[in-house]
Structures are given as C-alpha cells and as structure tokens.
Design a protein around this ligand. Structure first.
Ligand SMILES: Nc1nc2c(ncn2[C@@H]2O[C@H](COP(=O)(O)OP(=O)(O)OP(=O)(O)O)[C@@H](O)[C@H]2O)c(=O)[nH]1
Length: 399
C-alpha cells in the first residue's frame, strides 16, 4: 500500500510504432529528478527487444515486460502486474507503462476505472502520445477493413499530451499539416514539439491531466468492458531468435536490399545481435526507410551471457518464411576458411588483387587483408565473391 492512502500516478506512453516512446522513456529515466518509477513494458512481438535497450543503469526502476497486445489478450496481465507491484508501491513515485505501437490506449485506461483494487492504489495521471511527424499522416490516412479501428487515430484521440516528435525530419509546411490533422482528431490535448523526445519530464509526469469526463464525452462506451475491438489482420509481428552470431555486413546488405522494395510495408523492425568478433551488442532498429544500427551505447556481452540474436519485424503482409530464411543466412555457421598469414586474392575495385590475411574476424568482418600493394582492406563476407585462394595458372586457364 502506498503511504497515507496516496494513489500512485500512472503515465501511459503510447504512440505508433517507432514514434519515439522508448527514446522518451530513456530520456525521462536519465534526467536527474530524484524520482523512482516502476516501468511496465509491453511488446507486440514474442521476442522482447526493448527491455535490452532501456537504460541498464536505471537500477532503481523495476521493469516488467509483457508480451502480446496490451489492449486485448494481456489486459488481465496488466492487472496482475499492477497488483504484484502493490507490495512495493511505497518505494515508487510513479508507474510508467509503455504500450506497443499497435495498442489502442482505451482498454489500458479503462483498467484504472473498472477494477476496484487497482482504483484504490493507482490513478491514471496522463496519457502521453508520441507522434512521428514524418510518418504519422500515412498511418492516419490508412484505410482499415470494416470494423477495425485505426490505432494511430485512437492514440491521438485519447491523448492528454501529444509530443510532435521527429520535427527534424519535416519542414515547417509538413509540420503545420500534421498539427492541423492532429487537431481535427483531438483539439484539447497540449501539443509539444520535440526532437529525439527531449521533453521536460515535469510537463508529462504528475500533471493530473487525464479527464474521465472528456473521454466519456468522446467515447460514451468507454466503460463497457465487454466491447471487443479488432486488429487489422494484414499487420503482423514476426519475431525470431537464435543462439549464435551473425555477420553484420550480410545483415546490413539484406536490410538495405529489403528496404528498396518493402519500406512502405515495414512499419517497424528492431533487433539485438551478437556479431562475430565483437564484444559489444549490435542494436538495430528502423521505421520504414529509416534504418539505424550499430554498436553505440556500448552494451557489452557480460561474462557467461549467452550470445544470441533476436529480431522483431512489424508490418503489412510480411513473409515469415522468407524473413526467417534471410535472417538465418546472416548467421555465421562455420569456421573461417582462411587463417592469419594465408595468401589470398581479394575482390577490390581494381579487380582481384593478391594479399595476405592480417587478421581473422576484425571489427565485425571475417578478414582484414593486407594487399601486396600495401593497402589494407576488409572482406565483408567469407565467400568467393570477396576473398578466394590464390589462383594458379594452369594450362588453359586458372585453378
Ligand atoms: N531523426 C529522428 N529520429 C528519432 C527521433 N526520436 C526518435 N528517433 C529514432 O526513431 C527510432 C524509433 O525510436 P523509439 O524510441 O525506439 O520508438 P518507439 O516508439 O519506442 O518504437 P516501438 O516501441 O517499436 O513502437 C530510433 O531509431 C530513434 O533513435 C527524432 O526526433 N528524430
């Protein structure tokens, strides 16, 4: 029980896939405000990635992760997690729930009004919706099948505060269009423009902004717990993991090739990889065409930690079998074909050039090669396309 009957404020972070919710959460956790939060993370895919990207130094936070869509199958789980936290409530100043990008915030909000035990200890303080200013219009305008709600619209409609994020990716005219469209859906929420979700946490936490009256006015059936909602079945989440390591060059080549043709349907993808030859975890994520990945953040594999790779793709009409195959193709399966000191030929812009293997698995590459002309190059893949044994001239050709 919280002390003196105090109800613990709950902030719900919502917003479409890739809009900047985790960035906001990390920002909130890194600002020195002396407050302690319990964090509840919800992932749409089966393989959790986000809990690995939440700042690891935030020791005072409790992180609970739930799989599945918070707004339907796991609503019962949300209640369970909240009940479990009750024993420790006096140690928290607040609870922050990060929903998946595909969640409708209504049932989450509802949780705080329909269960008397939850109501006794918690109060819904604010629904914060983060918007990706570059992609939001595409998602708002998407035609949904009959009976299926547009999550993007719902998330904006239920917001008490709206963060217009990623303003660096749009010009003034585009941003004005986004503001106008958002206002048509929700004219009462405060809008805060931001880049990289840099918003003063005091504007979002403990603000007492949620109004049940406003919600009931907008959605008179808000308290109807029997009401079912449907998801758009053409959107799916594919997640996959394996123990082992990848060749990160192959992974980047595959993703870039895929984005040439599939970017519109790739709403969100992210992963955490063990890269052969590297001590640091490789984190990648993307929103449509905007991919970023790398070793930034310096999350090292701990001693004894299982080296594994995991990804989640969320999008429209995804081909599960093909995605899995392509991902598995990036796995490093066998020992390197060459050793340090071996004489080889490398495929460089001037053509096949002789050289010597300087190092095996260097900076994520199978080989670092010193060419006979003194230049050093990396072979991005251990295949005959990039590096091969020195050819011997024989009668009628090479062998
Ligand atoms: N250019 C730009 N990129 C941003 C900004 N904010 C966040 N990003 C990037 O956008 C990507 C998605 O950010 P996240 O914070 O993971 O988004 P999210 O809403 O938590 O994503 P999901 O939980 O997967 O729905 C990351 O690569 C961020 O670094 C911004 O203001 N500008």
């Amino acid at each position: 029980m919280p002390p003196s009957g105090r109800k613990v404020p709950v902030t719900v972070l919502t917003g479409f896939l890739g809009s900047g919710k985790t960035t906001l959460l990390n920002h909130i956790l890194s600002v020195r405000h002396g407050l302690k939060f319990a964090i509840i993370e919800n992932e749409f895919g089966e393989v959790g990635v986000d809990e690995h990207v939440i700042k690891e130094d935030s020791e005072e936070q409790v992180i609970e992760v739930m799989n599945g869509c918070i707004c339907c199958t796991v609503r019962g789980d949300l209640v369970k997690v909240l009940k479990r936290l009750r024993d420790r409530l006096e140690t928290f100043d607040g609870v922050i729930i990060e929903t998946t990008g595909m969640a409708d915030p209504a049932p989450v909000a509802q949780t705080f009004f329909v269960d008397p035990e939850i109501q006794k200890d918690y109060h819904l303080d604010c629904i914060v919706t983060v918007i990706d200013s570059k992609h939001v219009l595409q998602h708002l305008r998407e035609e949904k099948p009959e009976g299926v709600e547009n999550e993007s619209v719902e998330q904006i409609a239920f917001a008490d505060k709206i963060i217009l994020n990623k303003t660096d990716l749009v010009d003034d005219a585009q941003l004005a269009e986004v503001v106008a469209e958002v206002k048509k859906i929700n004219s009462s929420a405060e809008m805060i423009k931001a880049q990289h979700s840099q918003v003063d946490p005091t504007k979002l936490l403990g603000v007492n902004a949620f109004s049940l009256d406003r919600v009931l006015e907008m959605d008179p059936e808000f308290m109807d717990t029997e009401g079912e909602h449907q998801h758009d079945n053409s959107i799916s989440s594919i997640s996959f993991k394996f123990e082992g390591e990848v060749n990160v060059n192959k992974l980047e080549m595959w993703i870039s090739e895929m984005l040439q043709t599939k970017a519109t349907d790739m709403f969100r993808y992210k992963g955490m990889l063990a890269v052969k030859g590297m001590e640091t975890k490789y984190l990648f994520q993307g929103v449509h065409m905007l991919f970023n990945g790398g070793f930034e953040g310096g999350y090292k594999w701990k001693e004894g930690e299982k080296r594994e790779c995991r990804f989640v793709f969320i999008g429209r009409n995804l081909d599960k079998i093909l995605l899995e195959k392509k991902f598995m193709d990036c796995k490093v399966l066998s020992e390197a074909r060459f050793n340090t000191g071996d004489k080889v030929e490398a495929n460089v812009p001037g053509g096949w050039t002789k050289g010597t293997i300087l190092k095996v698995w260097d900076d994520g590459n199978p080989y670092r090669i010193k060419l006979d002309n003194g230049t050093e190059v990396w072979a991005p893949d251990d295949s005959d396309d990039f590096v091969r044994s020195v050819r011997q001239k024989v009668e009628g050709g090479y062998k």
